[in-house]
Design a protein around this ligand. Structure first.
Ligand code: SF4
Ligand code: SF4
Ligand SMILES: [Zn+2]
Length: 268
């Protein structure tokens, strides 16, 4: 297996996974989606709520706020020595107290006060509730690590997709440089320059084969490499994209080792 970074920024990562088959690529995608943990609010104690939202709707909205996650400092509740009872290793507290002194006050995620400054909402500007004059909310919320397989609010990504690596081949001697394939390509992969067709960005190809169908001269061919995959990951900002992939690979290795030892114990 080989990993090649194609592009990255603070919250997204595009990389090529080479010399693997589709089952491996899909297992990695599934682990990213449902096994890599993040922090989310999971329990809310409403002390006072005269807002227009019912308590359970307010709690649901709080649960969906992505939180910056520190995987090194916290343990999953089911793996914690407190056995899920809730302690500083597996849980932290947020408080929120707000009363509207004027009409139409919007309470934002930035008003949640965290017990741990390293675990805060990824944005201060996520609206929670709109209060009319005199309305008030007072609550305590408890966040813990969890996995996407238990609730989508724990997924570390907003997007995790892959596609086969495209291979676009031109047969120069058959091509009449009519430009029809350039016109039809929805991804801007091809270009016509100096009366010849150029491939600008093959990794952008969606494998739709519209160019093949458009070409009257059978001069362009599109195939996929079924051992190489282009992954596209967008983080919710809870964890960096690099940490998401690194953690997913560690979880993958752990699962393979567990399977190996299980098989060894069955055969011995
Ligand atoms: S459509 Fe066919 S002939 Fe026309 S430019 Fe494209 S490859 Fe060449
Ligand atoms: S297969 Fe589709 S996206 Fe790829 S080069 Fe042809 S027209 Fe463009
Ligand atoms: Zn604990």
């Amino acid at each position: 297996m080989n990993i090649r970074i194609l592009s990255k920024d603070e919250n997204s990562l595009k990389f090529m996974l080479e010399n693997v088959d589709v089952t491996f690529a899909n297992a990695l995608r599934r682990i990213i989606l449902v096994e890599v943990p993040t922090m989310a609010i999971d329990e809310v104690i409403i002390i006072e709520n005269t807002s227009p939202l019912f308590d359970e709707v307010l709690a649901h909205r709080l649960g969906l706020i992505p939180l910056k996650t520190d995987l090194q400092s916290y343990t999953l509740p089911e793996e914690c020595s407190c056995q899920g009872a809730g302690c500083t290793q597996c849980q932290l507290t947020f408080t929120l107290e707000r009363e509207a002194e004027e009409e139409g006050v919007i309470v934002y995620s930035g008003e949640l006060k965290s017990q741990d400054p390293s675990v805060v909402p990824v944005s201060d500007k996520i609206p929670i509730v709109r209060l009319a004059r005199g309305q008030r909310i007072v609550l305590e919320a408890y966040a813990s690590l969890g996995r996407g397989k238990n609730h989508a609010k724990y997924q570390p990504v907003s997007t995790c997709s892959y596609k086969y690596k495209p291979i676009v081949q031109l047969e120069g001697d058959k091509c009449e440089a009519c430009g029809d394939c350039v016109e039809i390509c929805p991804k801007g992969v091809l270009d016509l320059k100096n009366k010849s067709i150029m491939i600008k960005d093959v990794f952008n190809c969606s494998l739709c084969k519209a160019c093949e169908e458009e070409c009257e001269f059978d001069a362009i061919h599109v195939e996929s490499d079924d051992t190489s995959f282009i992954f596209n990951i967008e983080s919710t900002e809870a964890i960096s994209p690099e940490e998401i992939v690194k953690t997913a690979i560690e979880i993958f290795e752990k699962k393979v080792k567990e399977l190996q030892s299980l098989l060894a114990s069955q055969t011995s």
